[in-house]
Structures are given as C-alpha cells and as structure tokens.
Design a protein around this ligand. Structure first.
Ligand code: FES
Ligand SMILES: [Fe+2]
Length: 341
C-alpha cells in the first residue's frame, strides 16, 4: 500500500535545472518537475491531456510548459492556455498539479489531498550549506517495496551483521536495545554504546582506545532518517545519566546524516542521503571518505533488501515474526498508515 498524504523527496535541487522539465515517478505516477522564471518548482502530472504524451519532453516557456507533441501550452496551475489552431479551450484541458516545495536542497512533493499539504510538516533535514556540518550526498534506487527500506532504518541491529565490512559496527549494536519513543511526526531511537573501540573517522577520538558513543535518530514521515552520532571519552554516558549529552558537552567527534526514502512505485524505491562530520571535527576530504563508506554500506543494505524482496515475492502472504527490536517499526508503520485515514 502506498500512502498519499505525505511530503516525498523527489530529488536534489540541482537535479532540476531551469528550462529542463524532468520526470520523476512518485507512487507509481509520472510527475514532471520544472521551474518557473522565478525559479519556483512546479510539479505536475507528466501526462498531456491531449494525447497523453509526457510533458517532461516539453519546453518551458516563461511560467508555462508546452507539450512538444502537438503544442498545447499549460500554465503552472495546470490550466491549458493555448491550443494551436483552435480558439476554444475546454474546461477539462487541465493537468493535475501537486504542491511542491524546495527546502534544504531537496524537492518535496505532496502526492495527496492538496488541502492537507502543510509545508510546516516537511521533515527537518540538514541543508548542504549548513555551516555546522560538512556534507556530501548520494542516492540509490531499489527494486523493493519502500517499507522494507523503512524497516531497515528503523532497526539498526542489522549494523553488526550487514555492515561488518563497511561501518565496522560492534555486536553491541545488536545486543543492546535503543530507547524508542514516539515523537510528533515519527519515532525517536537513541542509545549509548559504552566503552567500545572507536572506528574511523575518529577526529579527536584517535587518541582514545575506547569511547562512549551516543547515537540518536528521528525517523519521521514518510521515511526520513535524521541521525546524530557523537563520540565521547569513556565515563561520559554514566556522567550524563545515560541520557542525551548536553548540547554544550564537547565531543571527540560528531556526524550527521539525513536520508529520505521515496516510493517510486509499489515495487521500486529511491533513496537520497547526505552525510558528513561536524565542521569542527572534519573537512571536505573526511566528508568524502565518509560518504564513500556510506555508499558501500547502503549497497550492502540494498543487496540484502532486494534479496529479501525476491523471497517475499515467492509467497507474499507469509507473515513475519517480530522481535523486541521491532518496536520502532510497529510504531512507525501505524503512524504512516494513519496518514490516509
Ligand atoms: S499530446 Fe500533448 S499536445 Fe498532443
Ligand atoms: Fe544499513
């Protein structure tokens, strides 16, 4: 099932250039995204009302887009303004539009009821020019239902097994359970991993044999993963009462990642992400090294999840057997499904 009443990431801002209408599949529907003269993004059904040709093969003319099959011209609100060789324009000559917002280098499209599109509900991902972070980007495209990718991000016990070669995660990731709590638009999962050997990149942790690692992420509608992780000297977790470290507590190293899961159809999903160190701990070269490892790790996820999807497809009715690590998945799935209620 695909959920309509959500803001979905359609891609990176730079992928939608002025004068270049671009097609994206969102929830199985062709959407054309283009920019007005002022640079505002417009999202429309990528289907001309005349003979159903894609408008993404059309031409932007000022604040309108012309279908380059037989030349019908549509305003940014979807209304047809011109039919070459015909004076009367029928009221039905209107292409569906979708609310679209450009924020923090992502283009967000609302696929549901336009009256419910509230931009204040867009997930607070980090902008690429946020001075506190040095961020690099990437994307992957899956042959899998989006919920399998959401489930993967909601249960990081897989780190010790799927990502042993990339992130080098300790088995503590699967033995300890994070604290999972509902938040306004999703689920928060946080935990300390105490007295563990640090894995690169290290920042100031290079001089420490063992560290305490604080990891906290919000997984918010419709599949946006916002993770902060920081290394502290051993003893810090206890000193902070195993709660979140105070904002002013100096860390040895810190990093942030924003990731977005977008169903492109019932069986395919796009995945956009940025990652990098805090500006005080790392530079462009470190950010590049981190995104390279992340891309390796996300391909490990992709191999597992696509293989999982192929097994599921052989017997789609087969039920899963939840474990105690699935609490966040259960909470989030319920929240997601309530959006179209
Ligand atoms: S299909 Fe678009 S103008 Fe004919
Ligand atoms: Fe993973």
């Amino acid at each position: 099932m695909l959920i309509r009443n959500c803001w979905y990431v359609a891609g990176w801002s730079h992928q939608f250039e002025a004068g270049k209408p671009t097609q994206r599949m969102l929830l199985g529907e062709p959407v054309v995204i283009w920019r007005t003269q002022e640079g505002a993004v417009v999202a429309m059904e990528d289907r001309c009302v005349h003979r159903l040709a894609p408008l993404s093969l059309g031409r932007v003319e000022g604040n309108a887009i012309r279908c380059l099959y037989h030349g019908l011209l549509f305003d940014a609100d979807g209304r047809c303004r011109e039919i070459p060789g015909q004076d009367a324009i029928p009221a039905s000559a209107c292409v569906r539009t979708y609310p679209a917002v450009e924020r923090n280098n992502w283009i967000w499209v609302w696929m549901g009821d336009p009256d419910r599109a509230d931009p204040s509900r867009i997930a607070p991902s980090k902008a690429l020019d946020d001075p506190a972070w040095v961020l690099k980007t990437g994307e992957l495209h899956y042959r899998a239902h989006y919920s399998l990718i959401n489930d993967n991000l909601l249960d990081l016990t897989h780190l010790a097994y799927v990502h042993a070669a990339s992130f080098g995660a300790d088995e503590a990731w699967s033995r300890n359970r994070p604290r999972v709590e509902p938040i306004a638009e999703g689920v928060r999962s946080s935990r300390w991993i105490v007295g563990t050997p640090p894995t690169p990149p290290l920042g100031k942790a290079a001089e420490h044999e063992r560290v305490d690692i604080w990891t906290s992420y919000d997984f918010v509608l419709p599949g946006v993963f916002l993770l902060y992780s920081a290394l502290f000297p051993t003893g810090s977790a206890e000193a902070f009462g195993y709660e979140a470290p105070p904002a002013q507590a100096p860390s040895l190293f810190a990093n942030f990642t924003s990731q977005a899961v977008t169903p492109t159809s019932e069986s395919t999903t796009s995945y956009y992400f940025s990652w990098g160190p805090a500006a005080e701990h790392g530079d462009e070269a470190m950010a590049q090294a981190m995104i390279d490892v992340a891309i390796m790790a996300f391909n490990e996820d992709k191999t597992m999840i696509e293989a999982q999807q192929r097994i599921i497809d052989t017997d789609p009715g087969r039920r899963v057997m939840p474990t105690s690590a699935d609490k966040a998945i259960t909470l989030f799935t319920r929240l997601m499904q309530s959006q179209d209620g």
